[in-house]
Every structure is written in structure tokens, then in C-alpha cells.
Design a protein around this ligand. Structure first.
Ligand code: ZN
Ligand code: ZN
Length: 142
């Protein structure tokens, strides 16, 4: 497993974090598993480094605090993590199989949607979840 790639280390260090084997493995798993839950990341990481689920949670928490990962929380799903941050993109979620896809921001910069009434808030981010059936689930119905 080519885990020792320097770009991973650079990204972790650029976020102000110390590079550890566990953080490096979690980061690598996030690259190949966008929108993964902590359990899924642990399953991906475990054969490579002998890390506990708790250490995966710790790494994800550190990454989130440092702005390296974004957490998304579709209702009824476990919290999901992704490396694509700061572009205010949205998500399509399949109500049947739980597949998650990225949807680009409608106007290319945050917030891409403005509420009808901001109640005086200065809106910085809009997070939209589109719910429906993914293509393969919709195919099963037809
Ligand atoms: Zn589906
Ligand atoms: Zn995403």
C-alpha cells in the first residue's frame, strides 16, 4: 500500500497537524471513499494500520477542526466525511440505498442559495440535501 505519499503528509501538516500513521491512513481512505462514515473509514483503514474505531474518530475530529474534512449529516444516516471542503457544494442522497453524490453549488460561490427571508442574518453557507432514488434504485422500479 503506497501510503507514504508526501502529498498526504503535506496536506496534514498544512492544516497544522502532526503526521501520524493513523491520520495518514484515514486521510488516504477519505480520498478513495468520499462521503464515508467513520465505520467505513475504519473498515478501509484497519487492514493497513491497526487502528481502533476511536482513533479513526479522533483523526476525523482533528481533521474537521482543522478544516481538512467536511462533515455532512443526512437525516437518518450516520455522519459522513469528505475531503472536498470550502466549495459549498450540495448532495444528492438516495432514500433507498444511501448512495451520496456531489452537486456543485448553483452559482459557484457560497452561499449559492439565498433564503426568501434572511431574518437579518448574514448568510455564509447554504447546505442543500436533495433526496430521491439513485439511477440504479430507480431502474429496479421500472
Ligand atoms: Zn439507490
Ligand atoms: Zn460531497
Amino acid at each position: 500500500m503506497p501510503l507514504l505519499t508526501s502529498d498526504i503528509d503535506d496536506a496534514i501538516r498544512a492544516a497544522g497537524l502532526r503526521v501520524t500513521e493513523s491520520r495518514r491512513a484515514v486521510f488516504d481512505a477519505l480520498r478513495s471513499h468520499p462521503h464515508a462514515s467513520a465505520d467505513e473509514i475504519h473498515a478501509a483503514v484497519h487492514p493497513i494500520v491497526d487502528s481502533t474505531l476511536q482513533s479513526v474518530y479522533n483523526a476525523l475530529g482533528d481533521f474537521a477542526a482543522a478544516g481538512l474534512v467536511r462533515r455532512i449529516e443526512p437525516a437518518g444516516h450516520p455522519m459522513l466525511f469528505e475531503l472536498r471542503v470550502d466549495d459549498n457544494h450540495h448532495h444528492l442522497v438516495c432514500t433507498r440505498c444511501g448512495a451520496v453524490e456531489d452537486v456543485d453549488c448553483a452559482t459557484g460561490h457560497a452561499p449559492c442559495l439565498v433564503p426568501g427571508d434572511t431574518h437579518g442574518y448574514r448568510v455564509a453557507v447554504a447546505e442543500v440535501t436533495y433526496w430521491g432514488l439513485c439511477a440504479s434504485c430507480a431502474d429496479e422500479d421500472s
